[in-house]
Design a protein around this ligand. Structure first.
Ligand code: UFG
Length: 351
């Protein structure tokens, strides 16, 4: 397909992989990012992979005049994939207003500009966090949305409602994609997650420990009601996730959507425990690293994995990559960062 697609947060982790997939499918991409949690050099790396340079606009979605200018400059935008948001669960508990202001103002400004265009097709980056601890597993899209555990999670719930209500009463068409746990890196070794400071998430913590940037991984809790006592998650390769955004967008552009706002789970449908994830990393990398158990981390759900039937049937999409490939690409990315792929500041220990 062709046409212009605006990708907010397009230099971020999932955004950058999605830009590459969009380019592979023939779309012209325009990235809007304020670089608050990403690096401008990612634009060069995307270009190295795809051979096509995405347009880049440094702007904050909270600045509506800047967003309007971008819509005016490019004109005739076929669709928008909206990633740009703050995403650290713990930080959102400490700074709730900052999260509500950034994530909701950004969305509303973006939607206002979209609604002024003749086409308003949006793919939204949502999260399985909306399910909390589901009553039934695997969790389907019909499961109750539970009271959010964090302001971050609440911004995802509220955003889905804003999008759903607005699409119902306007020409907007939207798909919200509820991600499970995105991990891994691009097969080229040129794109991956760039956590700033001490990582919150399991896989960046594992790779940083294995490379020697961290002394030891802490495994949060071994007394959960799971086979080995550690929490279970549905890890999904970031490139599989990126591919799902392209098919979701195509569905909107071709008018194949069955509702004005559709919602799909994006996972593999398989759950792995923290210990299984550690073992998969060790097998994929050949590196054994230090870890120890500690108490539970507040707010963690015990187990969650996706029912992906709806995405498989309606989007014609299925995750392809297994846990070991997720781990081997994450490891390659960590090694490339350590070797200075983004310059030297990313390979200094900051414990
Ligand atoms: N874990 C550890 N040690 C660590 C980090 C994580 O044992 O240092 C464990 C966690 O307790 C959990 C599992 O590894 O059992 C996965 O934790 P992550 O932090 O990688 O991911 P979460 O499932 O907590 O969070 C993810 C996304 C959030 C989203 C949430 C929804 O990162 O954006 O899923 O449940 F809100």
């Amino acid at each position: 397909m062709s046409g212009k697609v605006l990708v907010t947060g397009g230099t971020g982790y999932i955004g950058s992989h999605t830009v590459v997939e969009l380019q592979k499918s023939g779309f012209e991409t325009i990235i809007i990012d304020n670089l608050s949690n990403s690096d401008i050099r990612v634009v060069d790396l995307i270009t190295r992979i795809s051979g096509k340079r995405p347009a880049f606009e440094m702007a904050d979605l909270c600045d509506i005049e800047a967003v309007k200018r971008i819509f005016d400059t490019y004109g005739d935008i076929e669709g928008v994939i909206h990633f740009a948001a703050f995403k650290a669960v713990g930080e959102s508990v400490e700074q709730p207003f900052r999260y509500y202001q950034n994530n909701l103002t950004g969305l509303i400004n973006l939607m206002q500009c979209m609604l002024e265009q003749s086409k308003a097709n949006m793919v939204f980056s949502s999260s399985c966090t909306v399910y909390g601890q589901p009553d039934q597993l695997p969790v389907t899209e019909k499961a109750t949305v539970k009271k959010a555990e964090s302001p971050y999670g609440n911004t995802k719930q509220i955003s889905e409602e804003i999008i759903g209500d607005t699409a119902g009463k306007s020409h907007m068409r939207a798909i919200s994609l509820r991600y499970f746990n995105p991990i891994g890196a691009h097969e080229s070794g040129l794109l991956g997650e760039l956590p700033t400071g001490v990582p919150d998430n399991l896989v960046p913590y594992i790779t940083q420990t294995a490379i020697g940037k961290r002394a030891k991984l802490t495994v949060f809790g071994n007394d959960y009601n799971t086979p080995d006592g550690t929490c279970i998650r549905d890890y999904i390769h970031v490139s599989d996730l990126a591919a799902a955004h392209v098919v979701a967008l195509q569905r909107l552009l071709e008018g194949e959507n069955e509702k004005k706002h559709e919602i799909f789970n994006l996972g593999t449908g398989k759950g792995y425990s923290v210990l299984e994830a550690i073992r998969a990393f060790e097998k994929a990398s050949g590196v054994v690293f230090n870890w120890e158990f500690s108490g539970r981390r507040p707010g963690d759900v015990e187990k969650v994995w996706a029912d992906t039937t709806l995405a498989n049937l309606k989007l014609g999409w299925k995750a392809q990559k297994g846990l070991e490939e997720m781990m081997s690409t994450a490891w390659q990315w960590e090694k490339n960062m350590d070797a200075g792929i983004l310059g030297n500041e990313n390979n200094k220990p900051d414990m």
